[in-house]
Design a protein around this ligand. Structure first.
Ligand code: SAM
Length: 322
């Protein structure tokens, strides 16, 4: 695991908010400010730019302040890319959305799928779909709403303070139309310990290592049961075609094991695991046959927070949902 010092060697990732500015414009503007040699385009994700690790005070940078670019780790930008292709007018759910970095990125990608963005010249407002963005934590929900406004995503994102597990498409028909779900539920955050500075607080990054204490294990087990429930709930929306499950955990129990536990039900519902972000080299741990479809980010090797994601795509409807 990384020390806080090593995590400071991560590049500063900036996700371009294409609701406000194009990637080329942001690239040019940052190149003029920081020098052309210091701004790079990420080779996997088209809306992510990189500045050197030594750059500080980005909070006061003009494009950051006006919401044209968002400081967002590379790992955190992956689920929205994995959910693509999105289609014009789709209704989506961001199930556990606050503070909304992925939600606002999803809004930008949905706007693109609907024929452009504010930045690139007038999308057809009527054709842009909607994102139902849930969270049940009132404080985080306030941050979500603020973030949505700041990023200019207010006409696309519909924030609702509620429990995703209690969202019932049979009682509220608007949810029956949902075509894609981004599920980034609460997790142990073990992939981000170095960035959060828990080392400095004297806490151990327990990983799935032998030092993991019994109470850590119980906590991870409880989280994994919740994550499984959320994933089953997402897969049971009647018209959903694409579901991305992600965590910023490095524990197998919250990642490959959660996916393995829902695979039979997913297949019964007509889903298959699909190779997410096919160009990304680091794949899931080989716990079952199709683990190479899964994405892992190793903070020691990939210069971003530890992360995991899985993409389920519905190939056919074989049985009705619950
Ligand atoms: N996707 C967010 C982003 O990129 O900014 C981060 C989400 S964070 C990992 C998980 C969130 O899930 C927390 O904000 C938490 O309050 C929320 N949450 C936990 N249980 C939930 C539930 N049952 N329904 C909706 N949200 C939930």
């Amino acid at each position: 695991l990384l020390s806080p010092l090593e995590s400071k060697t991560f590049p500063k990732y900036l996700r371009v908010n294409t609701l406000k500015i194009s990637v080329d414009e942001a690239f040019q503007s940052l190149s003029a400010e920081y020098g052309a040699d210091n701004v790079k385009r990420n080779k996997y994700l088209g809306d992510v730019l990189e500045l050197p690790a030594s750059v500080t005070d980005l909070y006061s940078q003009r494009l950051v302040r006006n919401g044209s670019v968002v400081q967002q780790g590379l790992s955190s930008c992956m689920p929205v890319h994995a959910l693509e292709p999105l289609q014009k007018s789709w209704c989506l759910i961001d199930a556990c959305s606050a503070p909304g970095n992925k939600t606002t990125q999803l809004a930008a990608h949905l706007a693109m799928a609907s024929g452009g963005s504010n930045a690139t010249g007038g999308r057809d407002q009527a054709a842009v779909g909607k994102i139902f963005a849930f969270d049940l934590d009132p404080n985080r929900f306030e941050r979500l709403k603020k973030n949505v406004r700041h990023c200019g995503a207010g006409s696309i994102v519909l924030p609702e303070l509620r429990d995703f597990l209690a969202v019932d498409h049979r009682k509220e028909k608007k949810f029956a139309a949902v075509k894609a779900i981004l599920l980034d539920p609460s997790c142990s955050g073990s992939g981000t310990i170095h960035s959060r500075g828990d080392y400095l607080l004297g806490l151990k990054a327990s990983d799935s290592s032998p030092q993991q204490s019994e109470s850590d294990k119980r906590r991870v087990d409880t989280l994994a049961s919740f994550q499984e429930k959320c994933l089953r709930h997402a897969l049971n929306f009647p018209n959903v075609e694409r579901v991305v499950y992600s965590t910023c955990s490095i524990h197998v129990r919250e990642n490959e094991t959660v996916v393995a536990s829902v695979l039979a039900e997913a297949e019964r519902l007509g889903f298959q695991l699909e190779k997410a972000l096919p160009q990304w080299p680091r794949r899931g741990y080989p716990l079952f046959e199709t683990c190479d479809k899964l994405v892992r980010v190793n903070p020691n090797k990939d210069k971003s927070d530890g992360f995991f994601l899985a993409l389920f795509v519905r190939k056919q409807k074989t049985a009705g949902p619950r």
